[in-house]
Design a binder for this molecule. Structure first.
Ligand code: SPD
Length: 287
């Protein structure tokens, strides 16, 4: 009989994957961390019952979080990643030879260890430019004395549990303080099809940054169909693509290219009208 792993969304939807093997399960100080091997997507990381990333489609998420920012920011020597414990975001950042230093501040060492062991294709853990710090990204943004960062990337969970504090204006204001002038902040910003939180993120960023640009792409692992990332800045242009950087990345990327980069910023009418789909009245816990 098939072993199914179901993610439940607000007691309204279930999205299931057929399991080949359950590889890892641990309750960390912060959350329940699991890795399963699935028939469709291969090895899949799950946090608190929510699908985070899979070997089969992770490139769709990580390439689109990283390359629009890294192919347009004026400088990309210093890159800060908040979260990103599976390693996929750092791996994509480190594909840019102009990157000199990457600091990843991830709250949960269990996610990192499980990913290193069970999702080895996601990481570039041995790159000497990468420093991994197990700690709270919210506290880092508030308290650090490091020189400013050229690009800051936020790769977190949904806004529940330890990820919750990464979705508000106070945190975004702290991020801005850590950015170099003209720097770029790019973050995963949830689903525009199902979640009001997507619009709340845009509003919160809009109160902090001069220009805020959501962009979109599919991530089949996430039940909402369409996913979003957002590019926020006080001086960069999300469509001013550096052809040298982008061409180099395109040669080995699985989704990112310049046409997709430009197209990803187009918004359908339901989004311009701020209308997520379906019945949004019943809301239990968010995914
Ligand atoms: N609904 C799941 C959202 C997960 C976003 N972050 C994924 C982390 C991949 N590095």
């Amino acid at each position: 009989m098939t072993d199914w792993y179901d993610e439940t969304y607000r007691e309204q939807m279930r999205y299931g994957l057929a399991v080949k093997e359950r590889l890892f399960e641990a309750q960390s100080e912060f959350q329940k961390v699991e890795v399963i091997d699935t028939l469709r997507f291969g090895r899949t990381l799950i946090i608190d019952g929510v699908f985070m990333t899979s070997e089969g489609d992770e490139f769709l998420y990580h390439e689109m979080l990283v390359h629009p920012a890294l192919c347009t920011a004026k400088r990309i020597g210093r890159v800060l990643i908040i979260g990103g414990g599976d390693g996929g975001t750092a791996r994509e950042v480190l594909r840019h030879p102009e990157v000199e230093q990457v600091l990843m501040v991830e709250i949960d060492g269990v996610v990192v260890d499980a990913s290193k062991e069970h999702l080895p294709t996601l990481g570039a853990w041995n790159d000497p430019r990468l420093e991994l710090r197990i700690g709270d990204g919210i506290a880092y943004v508030k308290d650090n004395d490091d020189p400013p960062w050229d690009v800051i990337l936020l790769d977190g969970t949904d806004p529940v549990g330890p990820g919750e504090g990464l979705f508000n204006a106070a945190f975004y204001a702290g991020v801005k303080e850590c950015l170099a002038p003209g720097g770029v902040f790019a973050l995963q910003s949830e689903s525009p099809t199902l979640d009001e939180v997507f619009y709340e993120i845009q509003d919160a960023l809009g109160g902090i940054f001069e220009s805020v640009h959501p962009y979109f792409g599919p991530v089949p692992l996430y039940s909402a169909g369409l996913w979003s990332w957002t590019y926020a800045t006080d001086g960069a242009d999300p469509l001013a693509i550096d052809d040298v950087r982008a061409e180099r990345i395109e040669k080995a990327s699985r989704t990112y290219n310049r046409e997709l980069h430009r197209a990803a910023f187009a918004q359908p009418q339901y989004m311009k009208n701020r209308r997520p789909l379906g019945n949004r009245q019943e809301s239990g816990s968010a995914t």
